[in-house]
Design a protein around this ligand. Sequence first.
Ligand SMILES: [Mn+2]
Length: 256
Amino acid sequence: MGLDYTRIAVISDIHGNLTALNAVLADIRARGIDRIFNLGDMDGKGPDGPEVIDRCRDTCSVNLFGNWDDLMTRPNAENPAMRWHQARLGKERMAWLRQLPTTYDFRLSGRHIRLFHASAQGIWNRVFPHNDHNILLGMFENTAFTGYDHPRPDIVGYGDIHHAFIMPFFTPKNKTLFNAGSVGNPLDEPRATYVILEGVWDDESWDSPFSIELVRLPYDVESVIQRARALNMPQTDALAIELRKAIYRGMQKPAS
Ligand SMILES: [Mn+2]
C-alpha cells in the first residue's frame, strides 16, 4: 500500500494583491494541492484588500494574524494611506481579522511544524536569516505568544520579511527554519512566491518522506499598478517600484 501524502501550500503577505493571489491559487489548483495555510498580512499596500480577505476566508484552511492585519484593524489607522485601505474593509472583515489565531501547530511525517507571521516573540518582532544564531534558534522556543503546551517544533515557517528562504540548521541538527516569502509584495525577486510542504499528515514516523519546496510565479504586475492608479490609491508609485523591481519602499530613492 502506498503512503498517503498531504501537500500543503504555505502562503503569506498577500497585501491586497488579488492578481498575484489568483496566480498562486491557480498554480495550487493545477498541482492538486490539498490544503492552503495563510500566514497573514492580507491587506494594505495593494489595491484589493477586501477581495483578498474574502478569497483567503473561502480558500485557506488556516488564516493567521499578521502585523498589518493588526494595523488595519486598529480603531484609527495611523496615517492617511492606511486609512484609505482601512475605509474599504468594512466592519465585518475587520472583526474577522481581529479574531484570527497567531500560531498554528501540526505534524507532518514525524516533524512537529509551527507557523506564525513574524517570530516566536510576536507579530511585531522581525527576524532575518542573517540575524544571530541565537535569535534564529529563538524561533523554535515556546513563548507566551506561541503557547507553552506544545512540543518544541522541529520546523518553523514564517512570513513578514517578504524574503523567502529554506534553512536547515547545521547545529542543532533536524531543525529547519523557512520563510514562505510574499505572494503580493515580494522583496527578494518580483514574482509571487509561496512554499509547498509534502509529507504524511499527523504521522509519528520521521521515516516517511518529507519535502519543502519554494515556488516562484510570474503574474501580471502592470495590471495591479493600473488598478491602483485607477482607484487613486495612495503610494502607488512606491508600490509600483516594489512590484516591478522588488525594492522595498524604505530603500527607494526619495522623489525629487
Ligand atoms: Mn507583510
